[in-house]
Structure formats: C-alpha cells, structure tokens
Write a protein that binds this ligand. Structure first.
Ligand SMILES: Cc1ncc(COP(=O)(O)O)c(C=O)c1O
Length: 372
C-alpha cells in the first residue's frame, strides 16, 4: 500500500470513533494502520533499503521509513498539523530556515542560544536577524520561542500570528518548553511548530531529534522532500525511541508541571528570584492563563550570588548537574556554562518524575549547604 493510502487508512480508523480523540489517546493510536503488522509495540526497522516494487511503496530509508511514518503521524495529530522529523532540533531549525528562505528573521533576544547562532550563520546568504518587533514583509519569518529558555517568559502567539498574516510573513513557534500537551500554536495561527524532540517528546535523555509540524500539508510535503535532499533524517533507533517516549508524553508533562509548580512556590521565599509562569510575579503569568493549559514543566532560579549558583549543583543529590531537559530524571544547570547571555546567578531546573517531596528536600538541603 502506498504512503498516501496508509496515512488515509489511519485517518479512517480515527474517523470511525464517535468523537474526536483526545491527545492522550492520539499519542497511542494516531499511527494505527500505518504498518501492516500484528505487533502491539512498533517493530524497529534497521534496513536502509527495500526490495523494489514492495507493497509499502518503500524505496530507501533516507526518503521514507516505516517508523518515521508512524512518528510523524503521532506528532502531526498531537499538534493538529503535518510533521517532518529530523536528526536533531538544530537540524529541524536549519531545515525551516533554508526551506522558507526568509530575507529577515524577527526574533527576541534570549531564548535558546544556538537558534540565534543558526540564524546568524545564514548572514552570508543575505539572511538578516532583526528584533522581534521590527517591521517584516512578505516571505520574512517571525520566530517565537515560548516559553523561552531559560526564564520561561512568554510571547503572544495569536498577536504575532495576526501580524504575520497582515505582512505575508511566516510564523514559526519553538514550543519545546510547552510541548503539544500544554500549547497548540497552529490553532493560534502559527504556520509551523518546532520542537527539539531530544527533550520532552522523547522524554528519556537517550535520543536526539527535532520536528517541524506544519499547518498546511503541502508545506510538510515540501519539507520532507527537502529533507530527502539534505539527508537530515533521524536514525532508526532514535525514531523508535521517540515514538516509544511520546506514548507517555502527557503523563510525564502533567506530573513534571505539577512538580515544577510546587517547587516554584517552595523556592520563591527562599531564593532571590524564581522564574516560573505559575507565580503572579512572573511576567508571563497572565498570558500563560490564556495561551497555555498549564504553567509548564521548566523553571529557573536566581540565587544571591554567582558563587552560590555555581556551588549549588555540587550539593544536590537527586538533581544531576547536566545540560538538556525534558527527561524523566531531574537536572540542574548553571546556565551560563552554555549560554553567555544567561544571568550569572541563574540555575535552570529541569524537573523529572521523582517524588516532588524528595526533590523539595534535596533543594532545601543544598540551599542550606551553600548558605543561600
Ligand atoms: C528551546 C530549545 N529549542 C531547540 C533546541 C535544540 O535542540 P537539539 O539540541 O535537539 O538540537 C534546544 C536544545 O536545548 C532547546 O532547548
């Protein structure tokens, strides 16, 4: 059966249900019928090539791959669009920039530092990075990251979508910190949603990947065709691991958000500043109520001094001192080690799925140990 028919077959399975399926169910069933296999758990396909004329319409794994079809069906369903997956978040970001080929990219300061580097790397092809609110024209790109790394500040997706529409510009939203569980940028008018799959979608700190989800199926088709040429596809194991991880996305993100909210309240009276949209003192508090289904699983704190911030990770027993986020295990990072623009006393906490009381006790003893 061709790729088109397989996708249509899966849509038919969904249509037979009496009501639209909710995200928790789509994460498990949106890829139903894509592969003709009796397996309950998806098989891993390591072959790079396929016998000519096969009934699946498969030719070569750079252009098409059974598990990639399944993962794209699930991620597309979760975002309400059409997905193309990549070898990393950065590969997806670069693919969007190269495919849309904007003259200007409007982006706020801060956020994930390597996104800025990827845009700046295209200056030699005439791409100009401009401030988020600078005028944009037809074919330009407005790039939002919301919530933003590491302070969880929010940007108004619907407002920027209206602005993009009026100008004939594209709107892309990096929703890595929110995940499709808490935020639906396509429904708010974005053209593309971008995630580092390495983070919450995978959820286990064991697979690099990225995804672009387009509102228009034609844009997704064009991105997949361009990806066949660039070759930036995720490997078979990574694709399988993300598909496995995304099945539990909602459970993990809801638990991590609840824990982050509890820790934010616990830390607020104890440290110089807590960055989490659950707190009325956070600049994104109001917008989070409108734009998100929860304040999110990430938080950052600022201590009284850089010295204390650099010392704290060494005193924590459950939070491991490592970069990245979105996995089941809690991580802490003195963010300036990676990002030279991060405030000097800021620590980013990527909350895992450990018992919240244990994490709270760990933070309490570590703050005592550094005298914060
Ligand atoms: C918000 C955000 N976007 C994009 C990326 C890039 O993703 P990757 O590391 O998978 O290339 C990251 C990585 O940390 C990130 O935090």
């Amino acid at each position: 059966m061709s790729r088109r028919l397989r996708r249509a077959g899966s849509d038919a399975t969904m249509r037979r249900m009496s009501q639209p399926l909710r995200p928790e169910t789509l994460a498990l069933h949106a890829d139903a019928g894509i592969e003709a296999t009796p397996d309950v758990a998806p098989p891993i396909h390591v072959s790079t090539t396929y016998v000519a004329g096969n009934s699946e319409g498969l030719v070569y794994s750079r252009s098409d791959h059974p598990t990639r079809r399944r993962l794209e069906a699930v991620l597309g369903a979760l975002e309400g669009g059409h997905a193309a997956v990549y070898a990393s978040g950065q590969a997806a970001a670069t693919a969007a920039l190269l495919h849309l080929a904007p003259r200007r990219v409007a982006i706020a300061r801060g956020g994930y530092h390597a996104t800025h580097y990827a845009i700046e790397a295209l200056a030699r092809f005439g791409v100009e990075k401009v401030p988020l609110d600078a005028p944009v024209g037809k074919g330009d790109l407005i790039w939002l990251e919301t919530p933003k790394n590491p302070t969880c500040e929010l940007q108004d997706i619907a407002a920027h979508a209206a602005r993009a529409r009026a100008a004939g510009a594209w709107l892309l939203v990096d929703g890595t910190f929110a995940t499709p569980v808490l935020q639906q940028p396509l429904a708010l008018g974005a053209d593309l949603v971008y995630h580092s799959m390495t983070k919450f979608l995978s959820g286990h700190s064991d697979a690099l990947g990225g995804v672009l989800v387009a509102r228009e199926p034609k844009l997704a088709e064009a991105l997949r065709a361009a990806r066949t040429l660039s070759g930036a596809v995720p490997g078979a194991l990574e694709t399988w691991l993300v598909l496995r991880g995304v099945r539990t996305l909602s459970l993990r993100v809801r638990q991590q958000t609840a824990t982050a909210t509890r820790l934010a309240a616990f830390l607020a009276p104890r440290v110089a500043r807590v960055w989490h949209p659950s707190l009325p003192t956070h600049p994104g508090y109001e917008l989070a109520q409108r734009q998100m289904k929860g304040p999110g699983p990430m938080l950052s704190i600022e201590l009284g001094s850089e010295e204390a911030a650099r010392a704290l990770p060494g005193k924590l027993r459950l939070f491991q001192d490592a970069t990245s986020l979105g996995g089941v295990e809690s991580l802490v990072e003195w963010r300036r080690r990676q990002d030279p623009e991060a405030p000097p006393a800021l620590l980013r906490l990527a909350v895992g799925i450990e018992d919240p009381a244990d994490l709270e006790a760990d933070l309490a003893q570590a703050l005592d140990a550094v005298g914060a």
